[in-house]
Design a protein around this ligand. Structure first.
Ligand code: PLP
Length: 369
């Protein structure tokens, strides 16, 4: 049997240790100087004014909604194709997630479906840049601005991915990133919210730290508003700072992986990769495809020691959000055909050739059956 190829592999290298040692030597594992340095690096990389670290991508979404004034019974529009955390973050606020269909070319929110779903109760929209592919931000923002709707970007899968010369996550009122294990950089769990608004920045600081704007002793502090504890730690920041040192090589590898798949699999009947605008700066964190016999291909690759990841079920088919398929023709048709191909930045050219070769073989066998 050939070596295992996994669809994703988190990697911790030599760099994280030196930062972790600094934290341990100072005996200050809570959120402090290293978290501030990590925030500074993130806002610098994404060319935005503020970055606020938090415990996860999900809490980044929750805190952004709260910071932008979403309250119980408000409606928040969410695409039907996303990791369920996007809808759950709306629920965490006591607000109502309103699911809408996606554009079949990108699996990101369809701006027309967004427009149709707006009511008097719509307070915000969360777009999701699936796999690192940009949502049509020009259309979404122009519709939202007209109706005074806050725009939150779920950029959990789009760290450092650009659209029209600007980083995803920096188009709307707040951009949310995740540093869980399947992301371009990981801190185990963790996340960050970026924003260019000074007011939103202050609200985020209060909300993530018990309502305090400035950390005090924990004793005689002033708490002017209700807040929670979603603080990052310097231990996580230490891992994140180390991870950033491999960022460029990871981004290059992910682009190359996509380009190799796209080249080898082009014109293959039954498989079509989702497009990425590599020259425009989009980063395919995960390469994904629509496959005619998705489950058959997945099983075939698995029998050859190659792991893929099947797409999420559309949110409207999950029990807490169950609805009829009627309003979701694209997500209903495409999610069961969508597959993430092995995309780890640890893969070699030979690995991509091996995966693609088996895919071609499977499609050929299917055609001759
Ligand atoms: C699109 C999307 N949104 C939200 C999340 C949630 O992030 P986290 O797992 O860090 O809470 C993820 C990550 O899995 C994601 O892919």
């Amino acid at each position: 049997m050939e070596d295992k190829i996994r669809w994703w592999v988190p990697q911790i290298g030599d760099q994280e240790g030196k930062y972790i040692k600094q934290v341990l030597d100072k005996s200050f594992p809570n959120e402090g100087e290293l978290a501030a340095l990590f925030e500074q690096k993130i806002s610098g990389l994404l060319h935005c004014k503020h970055a606020v670290t938090v415990t996860s991508g999900t809490s980044a979404l929750f805190l952004s909604l709260k910071a932008l004034g979403v309250r119980a019974s408000d409606e928040v529009i969410v695409p039907d194709v996303t990791f369920i955390a996007t809808a759950n973050a709306v629920e965490m606020c006591g607000a109502i997630p309103v699911l809408v269909d996606v554009d079949p070319r990108t699996l990101t929110m369809d701006p027309e479906a967004f427009k149709r779903a707006i009511t008097d109760k719509t307070k915000a929209v969360i777009v999701v840049h699936v796999s690192g592919r940009a949502t049509d931000m020009e259309s979404i923002i122009s519709i939202a601005e007209n109706q005074n709707i806050a725009v939150i970007e779920d950029a959990a899968e789009a760290f450092m991915s650009k659209h029209k010369e600007k980083y995803l996550g920096t188009f709307g009122d707040a951009g949310c990133f995740s540093f869980s294990a399947h992301k371009t950089i990981t801190t185990g769990q963790g996340g960050v919210v970026v924003t260019n608004s000074g007011d939103t920045h202050i609200r985020l600081l209060e909300l993530k730290d018990h309502g305090r704007r400035v950390r005090g002793t924990g004793g005689d502090d002033v708490h002017n508003v209700v807040g929670y504890n979603f603080k990052f730690t310097d231990l996580q920041a230490a891992v994140g700072l180390g991870q950033l040192e491999y960022l460029n090589s990871r981004l290059e590898r992910m682009k190359k992986t996509y380009c190799m798949y796209a080249d080898i699999l082009k014109n293959t009947v039954g498989i079509s990769l989702f497009d990425f605008d590599i020259n425009g700066g989009e980063i395919p964190q995960w390469t994904d495809a629509i496959v005619e016999d998705r489950d058959g291909l997945d099983q075939y690759l698995s029998s050859r020691n190659i792991d893929c990841r099947r797409y999420w079920h559309p949110v409207h088919t999950q029990k807490p959000y169950i609805q009829s398929d009627h309003n979701f023709p694209n997500s209903t048709r495409l999610s069961p055909m969508a597959l993430w191909l092995p995309s780890a930045f640890t893969l070699s050219d030979a690995d991509i050739q091996r995966v693609s070769g088996h895919m071609l073989e499977f499609m050929k066998k299917r055609r001759t059956i």
